[in-house]
Design a protein around this ligand. Structure first.
Ligand code: UDX
Length: 456
């Protein structure tokens, strides 16, 4: 009998492609074949980011293929409303064609589609083609539980049918879950009003589509979010997947990793370096970027800072005059870091992060405490987990013009690193994260059950 052949399709964003790739690698380790579907645009980015520019893009038993996202080459893919609508229009048909082509060929037929929960239409395509459908949610169970509760939020008059917040309050779905301010609802923190409405309607449709899925898997752990998983038992934790898969040069990065920073880390004292990174999407205005740069200088500690080529809204040199020379002896800036290996390095003291869910899992899987600077979407809820529920980090306060000042940053660095309790709690949480994916752990057991179901 041929082994199951899975088609894995992520939301076309860095923070979704990486965990879907981690899941695919786990499936390959269990003898499955995976066809991994990126958009053409991201497929090219992933190919270009691989050190040897692997053109055929096949890795082990993962076939990397692509379909169009519906936008023209020059159109703005950071406009999430525009991208979402184009995808919805074009991608279901293209996905169906791809599956028909694979299944019409000589190779193994697709036996299951694993789609990011955020693109419910892919689950609908699987159901239409009578193929097993599995939803994979790459963020916290708390945020998915909130999304699954959208109809109730509308019924209770907390939001309207467009997702517009009608009541300003904090929602706690169950005791011990993070309290989420209505202003921080995931759809209320994405782009302008038009984008928010488009994204909300899209989320509502994806929530309905999940009903055709046989499983809703989540890259989280019961031990990290016991209250959320108890509240929403239809969500099955299988993570943190990243804790167990720290592969070098794994395909999936949109930028080439600069591994030279690892040697630089080797030269630093244990638990001394501030690691500063804001994921793939965050953009700083020039004032805030300068304030952060000066804060790192003011801290007088070694730092490793990921400055993505597109991290500021300016095209000119974003640093203060003479900055790079002044900080050269103890500061290192890179365009894109091998983040999981950085966070596992013994010289890292803390993680100044935008609190993307992947960054959150990676930090806590390595026992690193956080300084939280959320930017959009689910990151405010993740900050609440880090600071209010797990108590392994501190939040920044903005001034009256919405800027986090350099003194505030420096003070919070000093406060976090001056009190051992944060690192001590972070180390305990690391044990929780790791135990869940180890043999006998709850995520591990769930994953094995899932594997058995896939083989059946
Ligand atoms: C987005 C959202 O921000 C996040 O909240 C949501 O849960 C997923 O989609 P992103 O902003 O990119 O993701 O952040 P994050 O979830 O942290 O994912 C970034 C990934 O890129 C991580 O796996 C991280 O290890 C990786 N990364 C980041 C690098 O490999 N190198 C870097 O220099 C920075």
């Amino acid at each position: 009998m041929s082994s199951p052949h899975i088609l894995a399709i992520p939301v076309p964003a860095q923070g979704h492609v990486i965990p879907m790739m981690a899941l695919s690698q786990c499936l390959v380790n269990h003898g499955f074949k995976v066809t991994f579907v990126n958009t053409d645009f991201n497929h090219n980015r992933v190919a270009n980011a691989l050190p040897d520019g692997q053109s055929h893009m096949t890795k082990d038993r993962i076939d990397l293929v692509s379909i169009p996202d519906g936008l023209e080459p020059g159109e703005d893919r950071r406009d999430l409303g525009l991208l979402t609508e184009a995808m919805r229009r074009v991608m279901p048909g293209k996905l169906e064609e791809l599956i028909e082509k694979i299944n019409g060929g000589d190779g193994e037929k697709i036996t299951c589609v694993i789609a990011d929960q955020g693109i419910g239409w892919a689950l609908e395509v699987a159901a239409k083609m009578k193929i097993k459908a599995v939803a994979f949610w790459t963020a916290s169970a708390a945020v998915l539980a909130l999304k699954l509760n959208i109809p109730k939020l509308i019924d209770e008059g907390i939001i309207d049918n467009d997702g517009t917040v009608l009541k300003s309050q904090a929602i706690q779905l169950a005791p011990n879950m993070p309290a989420i301010k209505t202003a921080d609802f995931v759809w209320a923190c994405i782009g302008n009003e038009t984008t928010q409405k488009i994204m909300f309607q899209f989320m509502v449709r994806s929530i309905q589509a999940v009903q055709v899925a046989d499983w809703i898997l989540c890259n989280s752990a019961y031990g990290l979010e016991p209250a959320a998983f108890t509240f929403a038992p239809e969500i099955f934790p299988i993570g943190p997947l990243l804790a167990s898969s720290r592969l070098e040069n794994s395909p999936g990065n949109f930028w080439q990793q600069d591994s030279t920073c690892l040697q630089w880390l080797d030269q630093q004292l244990p638990s001394s370096v501030i690691y500063v990174a804001f994921g793939s999407f965050t953009i700083f205005n020039q004032t805030q970027f300068l304030e952060l740069a000066l804060a790192l200088e003011l801290s007088e500690r070694p730092f490793l800072w990921v400055v993505r080529p597109d991290i500021t809204d300016t095209t000119s040199d974003p640093y203060p005059d003479g900055y790079q020379e002044r900080v050269a002896s103890r500061g290192r800036m890179v365009g894109w870091a091998p983040q999981q290996r950085v966070l596992a390095h013994p010289s890292i003291a803390c993680f100044l992060s935008h609190c993307g869910w992947n960054s959150t899992l990676e930090g806590l899987s390595n026992g690193v405490p956080f300084l939280c600077w959320p930017y959009f979407a689910d990151q405010f809820t993740n900050e609440s987990y880090i600071c209010d529920v797990w108590k392994v980090g501190l939040k920044f306060e903005k001034n009256e013009t919405g800027i986090v000042l350099k003194e505030e940053i420096k003070n919070k660095v000093d406060q976090l690193l001056g009190d051992e309790i944060y690192t001590a709690r972070a180390r305990k949480l690391k044990e929780v994260a790791i135990t869940n994916v180890e043999e006998g752990g709850q995520s591990n057991k769930t994953f094995k059950n899932f594997i058995e179901w896939m083989k059946s």
